[in-house]
Design a binder for this molecule. Sequence first.
Ligand code: ADP
Length: 424
Amino acid sequence: MPDAALCSPTMPKKTNSTPIQIVMAKVRPVWIERVGLELARGMEVRTDFQEQLGRFFDLVNQSVTTVDPAWMDAILLDWAKSSTETDLDQGLYQVSFLINHIIALTIQVAREKLTKQEALDFLAAVIPIYTYGLGVVSRYEMETRVAHISNEMAKVQKKMERVDKSKSAFISVAAHELKTPITLIEGYSAMMHDMIQENKGANLQSLLAGMTTGVGRLRSIVDDMIDVSMIDNNLLQLNFQPMQVNQMIEALSLEVEDALRTRHLTMVRKDFHGSKDWIYLDPTRIQQALANIINNAIKYTPDGGTITIYGRTLPGFIEVTVEDTGIGISAENQTSIFDKFGQLGRVELHSSGKTKFKGGGPGLGLPIAKGILEAHGGSLWVESPGHDETACPGSTFHMLIPARTEAPDPNMAKLFDALGKNKS
Ligand code: ADP
């Protein structure tokens, strides 16, 4: 049997629709209040926010009246542009979300405050405008996000190009640096070979000394490379022990005595408050950092110059300062010298271009020193009026060493107590 309801559908009752303008005017104040309260999520609704909502509602009204949703464009784009960089970074589509929320609230308001017919007429008029708005905002947000991602990708690509460039520059300088001691060793071993053949064994001693120098140089370059890779990968293990800063400075002064004499340089060591305090640090590593700085001061200071080491105590730190009367460092290089291989582009500084008092290495000394200090929780920086090989304005390196009076490892505390030294 055919379904009676289907065969003879009851015709909907004719109802009197209210003109849409009257419905819109009726809804407006309730809509602004409800949407404002909901979007403010329990916080006070600011007057300017209410004004914005009023403007939005009036533009919806205008769009309905003129059957042209383009009236919404300006306000929607204004809102969409207010999304922050962080929103975009995190892929938060704030304004699309907002419009969706407004749609849901509009339906609620219509159901609660209007007659059924009014609600149907009202929603039939405004929902297409909202849908249009959602489209405008989503497109804008998508385009902005794509632009943001492309921008980020361009940055990454630039970084990778730099890494690639510095990698090949590193290979060329490393090869150059390694070649010098290898040539030295080859030369001495060829001479030894000849001497052995000619039975002149007596002079072998000096040749062996030359070879040892070459091997030593090779070892220090390779050690530096290993240190840099450990620092880069956070693998630097610190062996904390109690130590006095002045002891390290003294030990290093003895080590560089010969170099100072050969180069007619004077080293002035000023005692300072805190230099005799026993503090916990990795003496080998901190000494290595200090040695890199002092050796640079020797390398980049012309004959007859002065290197002064002094310091001071700061809250929680001991600062050691190494000041020289050398060629100085330009403002632009004062940061890049701490980047590994930061000086690679300056081929004139490498072995072949050495002058009497300057000469670059692979450019690892300062990055290693900085890495060591940072691993301790300290820092390293330089001050210099600029680079001038004639006027020699000098450079001042500051090492900030944390003054740990507590052993990071409890077993160390016993050793500290056993030493019976003062902690302050
Ligand atoms: P390297 O000496 O092997 O090149 P470093 O990392 O020790 O590498 O130093 C990086 C660069 O910083 C040097 O090449 C030099 O240009 C500059 N520099 C370091 N110390 C000094 C200094 N005391 N005076 C002038 N320039 C310096």
